[in-house]
Design a protein around this ligand. Structure first.
Ligand code: 3H9
Length: 698
């Protein structure tokens, strides 16, 4: 590590300027000022003919310093700095390794040439922060790759690999994997020898002509992506900026981009999306568990249960190159599970997400067995069997007998008490919850459940492993349903009450989906199956669910549930269900009334926030932002409102408390406000403030 955020050294006629601002060479004010000075120094030095600009550490640059956003601007803006670089008479070559993201790629685009290692990635992820690129990315990129490719890159935020970047003209040459700077210096020498003027992207017109000649391109792009962009403001901003790049002079396009960037940066969506960015990283930090906490080596994972969950969980490890032994009790179930895994991989290969060779490599890492004893060599064993305490007892007692010393014994239970499970073994310190979300190979959330006796290195290992397999791991405490399902129960309860009071399933779903959630409570029940936890023998035929199940309306799988489904799984409201609901209301003596959308929203979502506050109060989540992370990654809460706790802050906790009190008076103790909610309102506080205070105290 150096004291200055950039360094300059001479290599013959080439000045090599290196960004040296760990961890990600973010372009904060100190870096910008320092880089300006280095460029000036190299410019003034007559012995210097050209400049190579590179990054130290793992990457070129992670872009603008996000922590500066929303605060008063400091020093020279990135746009001004890039102007200086682009108008430099001495050619500047960006030498890229690791990543060049956001402002990092914009910096590279202001240089006259770009070279990159083959593994480098280049992208403009600003859209994921609710922003448009704000330092010329939307104006320069289309001039290099054309408007269509630029739209794809900018609105997806997905980086492209160096080879693809070279093919589209974004990178001029690939360097050796370990010879980046030397190759970049040689490249700069060649540029000098050729004696050509420094080419400036702003002067290029050839590629953007495509946008001018074919204005329908933008409308077609909007249409094709309407579903993906629904609810988000930034993608439309990105499209308009690329349109401006094609239709207006460079300076005007830049001004339009700047305006759009500023507007979005101060808007609620970007504030929420930046909150989510930091929340996900914060979730990895566990008070009392420093970076030096040892982790246990995990070279082989055992999975018990080859059902939907077990299979999905296995795929995560196989994808990360970690061998898996999967054990089932019955040969048919094992065979079915293996077939599903292969079918999923074949499906991904067909869609071009992985190659046929990848499928074989991954399947090759999978060992199947009907014998528990085969788990003896595993470093981590995850039980994904049915939610039945007796069954878990049998499994964990067996595991205790065969697992090697130091192996981590995890349960994927959604509700059961990890301490009770730990008590089934003689090694409670090695037992932990690893709660995956369905489909387990897709959903990013992993709730890591800490038991009373779980050892620190077991927690650290589970958290690190979560990251290794591409999950967002959130540490939670033992309670019914942990964080996610515990809060979900509040919503489900109210949804079921609301339909008896006068709303219909489609009303409740419309309101919940209107907030941006992918599925309302009834659509979700239909997807999961209404008969989960229901049996014909014990059905009392009293609740709406009982009756629907008895009528074989068990959800999507039977083509009918709360809704009717056609062969494409499109739903329509059902008059039969309507009649059942009315009949149950009547039988229970509930007079149906008009339920407003606002009431549906408040009754479904405010108790969730209140439950979140209780979870914090009880220490079952470390921070409000962890709860947001759970909901965004496990339940599809829209990232542009930042998660339920951030959303609640934005509404105002006083408003939520007042409504909870009114509902409590009307409907009873299910709405009793949590002590924390009361306290925060009394102090004029917020969940963000609560987290900040905890961070400062820690
Ligand atoms: C932009 O560029 C706007 C411009 O268009 C216009 C400006 C006018 N700023 O992710 P990690 C922190 S917008 C500040 O765990 P990895 C992060 O919080 C920006 N801090 O590492 C964490 O801190 P801590 C567009 C940042 O190796 C630490 O660095 N760029 C920034 O897994 C390590 O992060 C992006 O959106 C930042 N830009 O992944 C890229 N980036 O240790 C955002 C990271 O205290 N960054 N930090 O928790 C990333 O995607 C990943 O960090 C990266 C490294 C891939 C670079």
């Amino acid at each position: 590590m150096t004291d200055t955020p950039t360094t300059l050294r001479r290599d013959g006629r080439i000045a090599v300027i290196t960004l040296a601002s760990p961890p990600v060479n973010a372009l904060g004010s100190a870096v910008r000022e320092s880089l300006r000075d280095r460029i000036a120094e190299a410019g003034a030095d007559e012995a210097v003919g050209a400049i190579v600009l590179t990054g130290s550490g793992k990457l070129f640059s992670g872009g603008a310093d996000i922590t500066e956003f929303g605060k008063p601007p400091r020093g020279m803006g990135l746009g001004e700095l890039l102007d200086i670089i682009e108008t430099s008479f001495k050619p500047v070559v960006a030498a890229i390794h690791g990543q060049a993201l956001g402002g990092g790629l914009e910096l590279a685009l202001a240089c006259h040439h770009r070279v990159a290692t083959p593994s480098a990635k280049l992208g403009l992820p600003e859209v994921k922060l609710g922003l448009v690129p704000g330092a010329g990315g939307t104006q320069r990129l289309p001039r290099v790759v054309g408007p269509q490719k630029a739209l794809e890159i900018i609105t997806s935020g997905q980086p492209v690999g160096a080879k693809a970047a070279q093919a589209m003209g974004l990178v001029d040459a690939l360097t050796g994997a370990d010879t980046l700077v030397a190759d970049a210096v040689a490249f700069a020498e060649r540029v000098l020898a050729e004696g050509q003027a420094s080419p400036r992207i702003r002067d290029r017109d050839d590629r953007i002509a495509e946008g001018r000649d074919n204005p329908g391109l933008f409308e077609a792009f909007r249409k094709a992506n309407a579903k993906k962009f629904r609810g988000f403001e930034a993608p439309e901003g990105c499209i308009r900026c690329v349109e401006a790049a094609c239709n207006r002079p460079f300076a005007e396009g830049m001004a339009f981009e700047r305006e759009t960037f500023e507007r979005l940066m101060h808007g609620a969506q970007s504030i929420a999306q930046r909150h989510v960015f930091f929340a996900e990283r914060e979730a990895a930090k566990i008070p009392g568990l420093g970076k030096d906490t040892p982790t246990r080596a995990v070279a082989r994972v055992g999975i018990i249960g080859a059902g939907t969950m077990g299979g999905g969980i296995s795929m995560n490890f196989l994808n990360a190159g970690i061998p898996v032994t999967i054990v089932e009790a019955k040969p048919e179930a094992l065979e079915r599970g293996l077939k599903t895994i292969r079918r999923n991989y074949d499906g991904s290969a067909k869609k071009g997400r992985i190659t046929a060779a990848d499928v074989e490599t991954r399947m090759g890492l999978l060992t199947d067995s009907l014998d528990f004893a085969d788990l003896a060599a595993c470093d981590l064993i995850i039980e994904a069997a049915f939610e039945d305490t007796d069954l878990k007892r049998t499994i964990f007692e067996k595991l205790d007998a065969i697992a090697k010393p130091g192996a981590i014994l995890a349960s994927n239970t959604s509700y059961l008490d990890i301490d009770v499970i730990a008590g089934m073994t003689k090694r409670p310190q090695d037992v932990i919850g690893m709660h995956f979300f369905s489909p387990a190979n897709v959903m990013r959330l992993l709730e890591v459940v800490r038991g009373a006796k779980t050892a620190p290195d077991v927690i650290a290992t589970a958290m690190a492993l979560g990251r290794r397999i591409g999950k967002v791991a959130v540490l939670v405490g033992v309670c019914h349903g942990f964080v996610g399902n515990r809060m979900l129960e509040q919503r489900q309860r109210e949804a079921n009450k609301l339909i008896l009071e006068g709303a219909l399933p489609q009303d409740v779903d419309r309101v919940v989906e209107g907030v941006g959630l992918p599925m309302g409570p009834f659509a979700m029940s239909d997807l999961a199956g209404l008969d989960i936890g229901w049996s014909a023998e014990t059905s009392k035929g009293e609740s709406v669910r009982d009756i629907l199940c008895e009528q074989d309306r068990r959800g999507q799988k039977t083509g009918r549930g709360f809704y009717d489904y056609d062969e494409n799984r499109q739903s329509t409201p059902s008059s039969e269900v309507d009649a059942v609901i009315r009949q149950v209301s009547e039988r229970k003596g509930i007079a149906r009334r008009t339920v407003t959308d606002q009431e549906i929203l408040e009754r479904c979502l405010y108790p969730m926030v209140n439950e979140g506050a209780k979870i914090l109060e009880e220490g079952k989540a470390l921070r409000a932002s962890d709860i947001d992370t759970v909901w965004i990654n496990g339940y599809g809460w829209p990232v542009y409102t930042g998660g339920p706790m951030h959303w609640a802050d934005a509404i105002g906790l006083d408003t939520i408390l007042a409504r909870m009190k009114a509902f409590e008076a009307e409907h009873g103790p299910e709405f009793t406000p949590s002590a924390l909610l009361e306290k925060l309102v009394a102090e004029g506080g917020s969940f963000a403030g609560y987290d900040k205070a905890a961070r400062n105290a820690g």
